[in-house]
Design a protein around this ligand. Structure first.
Ligand SMILES: C[S@@+](CC[C@H](N)C(=O)[O-])C[C@H]1O[C@@H](n2cnc3c(N)ncnc32)[C@H](O)[C@@H]1O
Length: 296
């Protein structure tokens, strides 16, 4: 199993996602002899997981069943242990697209945080790209490096435990794209520029507050970045419901024989699926500021 390649069978040491329902999942590290408790009973790794296909429906000890899914960056974002605030798929999708990431891209990122965005970047740039990720909190940096190894993407990423605002990304002139998710991104803009290739490249900064955006945009403009734009991505997930609608009764197709032939009222109805827009929706997460480094 690897987060950047699909494997068919579950093996010892893999991460699998136990899917109990649309709003209930849990990640497990598959180990010989280990057991995982769920509300449907116990899953025995040796018998129920190892050697089975990813996607298998597994019956737990109390008779309920779960699906065992192959991990993906999307599922990891929903299931990872939170050590910090994280980025979610709505923003991540925009970031990977607008940074023009592709297999082979070299990317610099700070901070690593819980590694939510990092996993998505790694899948996009594999098998030949590289991610340089900088995190100044030592335990977070170590934990992220450990997870990257466990998820078999360690060869695609270098984790540096340093302050990006003071020491930069640890590389010069190599990055196609830079991403910043730190409280003072404007202090890292110079380092972002140094890390980037001479010819162009894209930068993105995520900030929850508009005052942070203002300072970052000013720093980007001062460093000669172009095409500076800020956007906010809001997600509206529609609910699907089944409803029964009465069929209108337009009377008989046949002309009435006599005025006394009254049409029989119809109770006919039809079951349809319909969607409703959400009454509540997730609010503001943050602003995404993008810019392009001009060729020199
Ligand atoms: C909000 S989290 C990043 C979350 C990450 N994008 C994710 O999706 O999981 C911000 C991280 O930046 C780190 N950080 C803040 N300032 C930093 C700096 N100057 N240099 C390096 N890391 C920094 C924090 O320790 C924290 O772990």
């Amino acid at each position: 199993m690897s987060f950047v390649e699909y494997s068919e069978f579950i093996q010892e040491g893999d991460v699998a996602i136990i899917f109990l329902g649309h709003d209930s999942m849990m990640p497990v590290k598959v180990q010989q002899g280990a057991q995982t408790q769920t509300r449907y009973g116990v899953i025995r790794h040796s018998k129920d997981l190892i050697g089975q296909r990813f996607g298998t429906k597994v019956t737990c000890s109390k008779g309920g069943w779960v699906y065992v899914l192959h991990p993906t960056p999307e599922l990891w974002t929903l299931n990872l242990p939170h050590r910090t605030q994280i980025l979610y798929t709505t923003d991540i999708a925009n970031i990977t697209m607008m940074l023009e990431l592709k297999p082979g891209s070299v990317v610099c990122e700070s901070g690593t945080g819980s590694g939510s965005l990092s996993h998505a970047i790694l899948r996009t740039i594999a098998p030949t790209g590289h991610l340089h990720t900088v995190e100044f909190h030592q335990q977070r940096a170590e934990k992220a490096a450990e997870e990257f190894r466990e998820h078999r993407v360690g060869h695609l990423v270098t984790v540096r435990n340093q302050d990006v605002c003071k020491e930069g990304f640890g590389v010069t002139g190599v990055a196609d794209a830079v991403f910043l998710d730190i409280p003072s991104p404007w202090e890292a803009v110079k380092h972002a520029k140094n890390a980037m290739k001479r010819q162009g490249g894209r930068v993105c900064s995520f900030s929850p507050c508009i005052e942070q955006v203002q300072k970052t945009v000013e720093a980007l403009a001062n460093e000669g970045f172009q095409e500076i734009s800020t956007l906010e991505v809001l997600l509206r997930v529609h609910d699907v419901r089944s409803i029964t609608l009465p069929l209108p009764d337009f009377g008989s197709d046949q002309p009435l024989e006599t005025p006394t032939d009254t049409p029989v009222p119809s109770n006919a109805s039809v079951l349809c699926k319909t969607t409703t827009p959400p009454r509540d929706m997730a609010g503001h997460t943050g602003y995404l500021t993008f810019a392009t480094k001009p060729s020199v």
